[in-house]
Each structure stands twice: as C-alpha cells, then as structure tokens.
Design a protein around this ligand. Structure first.
Ligand code: GFB
Length: 325
C-alpha cells in the first residue's frame, strides 16, 4: 500500500495547515484571485503563485520543472481557458486544446511530485443540455451537451475523470467541484469574449456615460442562469480543500436562478441607465436553464452568503473604480 493509500486507510485528514505549501494555478484570473485573497485572509502564508509569463502551464516541460522544484502539498486548479457563449462557440479548438493541456500538466505533475490534495474546478456546463433541473451531480454523462460550449465541457469532464482515475489507480485525493456561473472582481469585461454579467455592467455603464437611448443585449432574455459571487466560490473551495475527501463531484452554487431578462433589469437599475433594452435574437441563448442542485454541499455545512443584488452593487463599484484609475 502506498503511503497515501495508507494514510487514507487509517483516516488521516487532509486539511491544510497555515504553513502548508499551496499552489494556486491561475491566481490572476477571476476564480484564482479570489481563492488567493481568501487564503491570504485566512492567514495561509506559504502560497506559491506564478504568472503566465513566469510559468506557461501549456508547456509540459516547464510545468514538470516547476512541480519538481516546488513540490506543492495542495493544488487549486483555477487555471483554464474560459469565456462566454460567443468565445466558446467561436474558438472550440482553443477551448479543448488549452484546457486539456493545462489540466493534464497540472494534475499529472501533482501526482508525480506527491501532492497531498488537489482541487479541480469544473463547470456547470458539464451537465447535459436538457437534464432535469436543478442539476444533480449524478446527471453527469447522462445525455448530449449544449453545442455552444461542448468542447469546454468535454475538457472539464476529462479533468474530472482524470482526478477520479488517479484516485483509483494511485490513491490520490484529487477532488472536483462544479461551480455555477461566477461573477465578481477581476472578471473579463471584454464584450466579445466575456460572460453576460460583466458584459452587461460594462454595456449599461458606457451607455449611461454616453447618454445612449438603448443597449443591445444578446439572445431572447428567456435563458435562465444561476449567479454566484466569486468570493463565495473561493470560500467554498477552501472549505472543501479542508473538509471533503470524496472522488464524487460536488456542485457549488446558490440553488436559485433568474432569467437573463431579470438579470439585465437588475444591472440596469444598479448602474442607473434609464434607456431601453433591445434583444438581439440573432445571438444564441445557449442552454435554456442551468440551475445546480446544491443540497450535497449544503449538507456538508456550506452555504453561499452574497445576495445577488449586493453582489451586483459590489461588482459595479469595483468596475467603476477600475475605470477611474
Ligand atoms: O454568460 P454567458 O456567455 O454564458 O451567457 P453561458 C449567458 C446568457 O446571457 C446567454 C446571454 O443566454 C447569452 O445569450 N447574454 C445576453 C449575453 N447578453 C450578453 C452579453 O452581452 N454577453 C454574453 N456573454 N452573454 C458559459 C459557457 O455559458 O457559461 C462557458 O460558454 C462556461 O463554457 C460558463 O461554462 C459558466 O452560461 O451561456
């Protein structure tokens, strides 16, 4: 029996110590930066962080060298090629190639260099397009995927399977979590490549400043999504790194959804834009509904904190401040 299998066998807990060596892959992104903030706030003081210029996770050799030198004990895999509905649809090859490469390199090297535990971030888009709602963890691989983000989803499903395979074959403790749609500071506010939340903040803000009469929003507005503040996601990730040791995937969300129409109204109000919303139905709605069943994570003692309207106000404030810098 390997030492890791033995430790699991005798029930050694895998929680982090304040001086554990923790690598946050993707620490400058929306999710990675929030995990880093949370760890720092909770006084974990041995974080290993590398910018993309310092370490290209697409590069197998560079990733191997980094892991062999640093040997992190805990790894958060928040590095990924991400984007909104149009970017996913337009660049399927980049989404499948980059995500597979990054996660292969990170997961395999975490195994090779003896990481105690790894947390892999998936996405709610791994579930079948027309699965019953709310989406339970057991619906994974039970039906066809949504076309607009199929390649991203396939890559993320592969990451989940890889973690489970390494657990089974090598006795690793690699867990996978499925966050719902995330928003907050350090999001991508680019209108073409980003997600709906930051795009709407920017569109309404710029339209208000320019005195525009209308703003174009994509799709019919009927699609329903669940939105979680990234600080809540980060809190859940740190909680699970310390308290969850199962190979089964776990959803992270609020358990509440709204239509894109409602979201647009909320954001318009928060930003103070008084013009009209025009729906551009030539753009795709994507999956009709994406609401996670969060009963499993709730039963472990974790629940989200940030109400959507508070999250919108805070994110808008953050965005406005970045514009006046
Ligand atoms: O956020 P979003 O791009 O991602 O789009 P998905 C959500 C909904 O908002 C869609 C509508 O129905 C869009 O048509 N929408 C309206 C807009 N206006 C806009 C806009 O200005 N920009 C954007 N981006 N959308 C992503 C996946 O799907 O969800 C990723 O592509 C990932 O793979 C992520 O899983 C969580 O929720 O449709």
């Amino acid at each position: 029996m390997t030492s890791q299998l033995w430790e699991r066998h005798v029930g050694v807990l895998y929680g982090m110590n304040k001086n554990s060596k923790i690598y946050v892959a993707g620490h400058r992104g929306l999710v990675g930066s929030a995990i880093t903030r949370t760890l720092q706030k909770e006084k974990y003081d041995n974080l290993i962080l590398r910018t993309r210029d310092e370490l290209d996770l697409l590069n197998q050799k560079a990733t191997r060298t980094f892991f062999e030198k640093e040997k992190p004990e805990y790894v958060f895999v928040a590095a990924a090629k991400v984007g909104g509905i149009l970017a996913n649809n337009a660049y399927p090859a980049s989404f499948i190639y980059e995500n597979l490469a990054i996660q292969n390199n990170v997961i395999h090297n975490a195994y090779l260099t003896g990481a105690k535990k790894l947390l892999f971030l998936g996405s709610s888009c791994i579930y079948p397009k027309l699965a019953p709602q709310p989406l339970k963890e057991e619906y994974l691989l039970t039906g066809p995927l949504e076309e607009t983000n199929k390649m991203y989803a396939i890559a993320k499903i592969t990451g989940i399977m890889m973690c489970q395979a390494y657990n089974r074959q090598y006795g690793n403790n690699f867990i996978s979590v499925m966050p719902t749609n995330i928003y907050g500071p350090n999001d991508n506010f680019d209108l073409k490549s980003g997600h709906v939340f930051p795009a709407l903040i920017r569109k309404f803000y710029e339209a208000r400043l320019a005195g525009e009469k209308e703003v174009e929003v994509w799709g019919s507005g009927a699609a329903r999504r669940e939105f979680l503040h990234v600080d809540d996601l980060a809190d859940a990730c740190v909680f699970l790194m310390n308290n969850y040791d199962e190979p089964d995937i776990l959803n992270i969300g609020t358990g509440e959804d709204i239509s894109i129409k409602e979201l647009a109204e909320f954001i318009r109000e928060a930003v103070g834009f008084s013009g009209e919303i025009i729906w551009d139905q030539s753009k795709p709605d994507g999956t009709p509904r994406k609401l996670l069943d969060v009963s499993k994570i709730n039963s472990l003692g974790w629940k989200y904190k940030t109400a959507l309207k508070d999250g919108i106000a805070a994110t808008y404030k953050w965005y406005k401040n970045t514009q006046s810098l």
